[in-house]
Design a protein around this ligand. Structure first.
Ligand code: CA
Length: 231
């Protein structure tokens, strides 16, 4: 899985340096913007997984930047964590209802900050880090290792289970046999691309055992995808 991208919007350079160092150490990719205008440009260029937005910014306050993020349809659901200088400000941010998903008061512990960032990213991406995956009638309980379709149990071998989990984590996306090999079998295992076809066939058979629409779409010369109306 790729690293989550956090955009730091803060004008205090030493704090940005400190945050960058620690967030990169924690496995985040870090982008920077020194004011609200630059933040909106960066977000338009590449949407981050979370915005860490300081309240005290030059020109336009963090609260106003947050409101702007919420006004733009493409960024309406973008997770925003607000940084505030004092706890009273935290209260005011809450009171102002800026649309931030969370806020954290300076001085803060980095561990807490990282936990909050991870939490809002997780909430924004249901399915990817949850215990249960859902695709149409198919439910996958990752902890219990159980799969069902319309509440009827489906029995999968371990490879088919991993294959389905990967496809359910990226519904609708087309994967080549090579991409599936890398993701499901791993880079260091030598398996022929045709092996993917064999396991896809087994997966499809298991999923469709009780009838119902075929959910695995074969994309000629490209690969496979999970699709509600696969033919
Ligand atoms: Ca600031």
């Amino acid at each position: 899985m790729s690293k989550p991208l956090v955009l730091i919007v803060e004008d205090e350079a030493p704090l940005v340096t400190l945050l960058r160092y620690n967030l990169e150490k924690e496995g985040f990719e870090v982008g920077e913007a020194a004011d609200g205008e630059e933040a909106l440009v960066r977000i338009a260029e590449r949407k981050p997984d979370v915005v860490l937005l300081d309240w005290m910014l030059p020109f336009v306050s963090g609260i106003e930047v947050c409101r702007q993020i919420r006004r733009i349809p493409q960024t309406r659901a973008l997770p925003v964590v607000m940084l505030t200088a004092r706890s009273e400000e935290a209260d005011r941010v809450r009171g102002l209802d800026s649309g931030a998903d969370d806020y954290i008061a300076k001085p803060f512990s980095l561990r807490e900050l990282v936990a909050r960032l991870r939490a809002v990213i997780r909430r924004a991406q249901p399915g990817t880090s949850e215990e249960t995956l859902q695709f149409g009638e198919v439910t996958m309980d990752l902890a219990a290792h159980r799969v069902s379709r319309s509440d009827k149990p489906i029995h999968l071998g371990p490879t088919e289970f991993r294959l389905l989990r990967y496809l359910m984590q990226h519904p609708g996306r087309v994967f080549s046999r090579e991409q599936l090999l890398d993701a499901v079998w791993g880079h260091d295992v030598f398996v022929e691309a045709r092996t993917v076809d064999v396991h896809i066939r087994r997966l499809r058979k298991a999923l469709n055992a009780e009838g119902g629409a075929d959910l695995v779409r074969t994309v000629r010369s490209a690969g496979y995808a999970l699709d509600q109306d696969a033919r």
